[in-house]
Every structure is written in structure tokens, then in C-alpha cells.
Design a protein around this ligand. Structure first.
Ligand code: A3P
Length: 306
């Protein structure tokens, strides 16, 4: 009822009950079979956990902090979004630029090494050998801020066109009815793999707290070394204020291309604890209980304020 554009509904596309578009469900097998390479790096996240920020960080570390190229070439071309062509129904022929053809699976298959691939698919919907083959950076963020950020995202992207309230949205989130849900299954599956040599598990809140330290962890993981000067420049490059202005990463072009509303920004606020400006005490209690229930018996812990 609150998603007038979901004319085909959403599909529970896997035995895990994972939610995506019917178009995804038609291509799920192809995505599962998509071959990783030994020199790939994959960024795997639930949406709104700091994907874009981490993609730029990792790309810079992989590419000797080449700001000249990084500032010129849009991030989605340097680091393609694996399932993007299948997120929405096939675009009408007169759609601006036929967005779903911009990056196809075939293009990613042909990209020269080393590739940096972004996906929001949970590990169990990716190639079973992914973690034996490629390096994977998984980033997670506390679910309270993810809910708020995902709400703004659903208002910003025209396709989602969410028309309900925050309270309704939060309930959809907790009921695992939104794209890429369920959040906890996504995060906990990766958490269970966090000690694998090819896996680096990051928290958004740690990046907020100590960006320099997290860049160093990424560099170690990828076997790269950065000079003190490179590190300082990269910290500045990734600071929220600079990032929000950087047209190669901020997706402002989506407004001209027509898939984003004029109001709102993809690089929106970049804070930990913004949920406090949004949740009523009653909603907050409900969310706390939901988090507690889902983390019971696990050792995953989230920081919700810094
Ligand atoms: P907010 O909506 O809370 O501002 P993703 O890239 O996974 O979609 O995540 C988007 C979230 O990451 C947004 O959160 C966005 O503002 C935040 N973000 C992007 N770049 C950032 C940066 N340089 N520093 C801090 N947060 C950043």
C-alpha cells in the first residue's frame, strides 16, 4: 500500500526468505554463479551501512590513492554494482539512458583486474567459493541508523516512492519486508565468517570514530602500504564534508538522470545517532526489543551512539 511503484510486488527470492524484486528472482541463479576472481575485492553490505564510503576508501587504497582518476570517473564505473540491472523491472525503452543497461553482468565479467565489486546480496546468494577466491570487505552499521537512512533512501529514489510514515517504515523493516531484508540474517552470516583470511569485517561506527585506523586496517588486509602523506590526504578525501561535495561519489547526477527526487541527498548526514532525532520513545522501545531478540545468543554488538 505504501509502495505504489512495486507493481509486481517483491519476491522472497531464496530459501532464506530474502526479499528482492521479481526481476532479481529471475536472475538469482546467474548471480549465484557469477565467477569471482582471485584478485577481486568485493564490498558486501546491507544497504545504508556505509557502502559508498567504503567503496571509495577501498578503491583509493587499491589504486595508489589516485585522486586524479578518482575525482573524474564516477564510482559506479570504477566499482560496479553487481545486481543493479535486476533491482527493478526492465526499464521502459524511453527511460533516460536506460539505466539498467549502464552496467550489465557481461560488462563486469569483462572488466580488467583487479575489480572492485559492490553488492548488497547476502553471502549465501553469492558464489559459494567467493570467500575462498576473492577478498571481501563486509561493512555493517547499527540498525537504528540504518532504518533512518533507509527511510530517506526510499524517499529519495523515485522507484521506491515510499509514501508512509517513519513508524510504518520501521515496522516494514522489522517485519523483513524491505529490499534485502532480513537485516540480521545478512549481518550475522557475514559475522560468522569474520575470521576467514579473505574477510575483513568493518563497522560504520569505527570508521566514524577512527577513519585513519580503519584505512590502515584495509591497507593491511589488501597488502598495500600508504605513505603518511597519502594517508592524511585520504582521510581528508573521505571526510563527510568533502565526500558530500565530490561529484564522482555523491550520486547528485541521479537527479539529472531522473531516478532521484530533487529533494534530499544520497550523502545525507553521515552521523551516528541520528535515530535519536527521529524515533519516539515507544518506537525506540519496540526497536530495542527487536534488536535484543535478534542478537540473543550471538556475540555481535552494535554501537548506537558515539
Ligand atoms: P545517512 O543517511 O545516515 O546520512 P550506503 O552508501 O551504504 O548507501 O550508505 C549511505 C550512508 O552512509 C548515508 O547515511 C551517508 O550519508 C553515509 N555516508 C556516506 N559517505 C559518508 C562519509 N564520508 N562519512 C560518513 N558517512 C557517510
Amino acid at each position: 500500500e505504501h509502495f505504489p511503484n512495486y507493481t509486481e510486488g517483491l519476491a522472497k527470492g531464496s530459501p532464506g526468505g530474502f526479499v528482492l524484486s521479481p526481476e532479481y528472482a529471475r536472475h538469482a541463479e546467474e548471480l549465484l554463479q557469477f565467477q569471482p576472481r582471485s584478485d577481486d575485492v568485493w564490498i558486501v553490505t546491507f544497504p545504508k551501512c556505509g557502502t559508498t564510503w567504503t567503496q571509495e576508501l577501498v578503491w583509493m587504497v587499491m589504486n595508489d590513492c589516485n585522486e586524479e582518476i578518482g575525482l573524474k570517473l564516477p564510482l559506479n564505473l570504477r566499482s560496479p554494482f553487481l545486481e543493479f540491472p535486476y533491482l527493478t523491472p526492465a526499464q521502459p525503452k524511453d527511460a533516460p539512458l536506460e539505466l539498467n543497461k549502464l552496467v550489465s553482468l557481461e560488462t563486469i565479467e569483462k572488466m580488467p583486474s583487479p575489480r572492485l565489486i559492490k553488492t548488497h546480496l547476502p553471502l549465501y546468494l553469492l558464489h559459494p567459493n567467493l570467500l575462498d577466491t576473492s577478498k571481501v570487505v563486509y561493512v555493517v552499521r547499527n540498525p537504528k541508523d540504518v532504518i533512518v537512512s533507509f527511510l530517506y533512501h526510499h524517499r529519495l529514489i523515485k522507484f521506491h516512492c515510499f509514501t508512509g510514515t517513519l513508524d510504518q517504515f520501521a515496522q516494514y523493516f522489522m517485519d523483513d519486508e524491505l529490499y534485502y531484508s532480513p537485516f540480521f540474517a545478512h549481518a550475522l552470516e557475514a559475522w560468522a565468517q569474520r575470521r576467514r583470511p579473505n574477510m575483513l569485517f568493518l563497522f560504520y561506527e569505527d570508521m566514524k570514530n577512527n577513519l585513519r585506523g580503519e584505512i590502515e586496517r584495509v591497507a593491511d588486509f589488501l597488502g598495500k602500504s600508504l605513505s603518511g602523506e597519502q594517508l592524511a590526504r585520504l582521510v581528508a578525501h573521505l571526510q563527510f564534508e568533502n565526500f558530500a561535495k565530490n561529484e564522482s561519489v555523491n550520486f547528485e547526477a541521479g537527479k539529472q538522470m531522473g531516478f532521484m527526487n530533487q529533494e534530499g541527498r544520497f550523502i545525507r548526514k553521515g552521523e551516528t545517532g541520528d535515530w535519536k532525532n527521529h524515533f519516539s520513545p515507544e518506537l525506540n522501545d519496540r526497536i530495542d526489543q527487536w534488536i535484543e531478540k535478534n542478537l540473543a545468543g550471538t556475540d555481535l554488538k552494535f554501537v548506537t551512539e558515539l
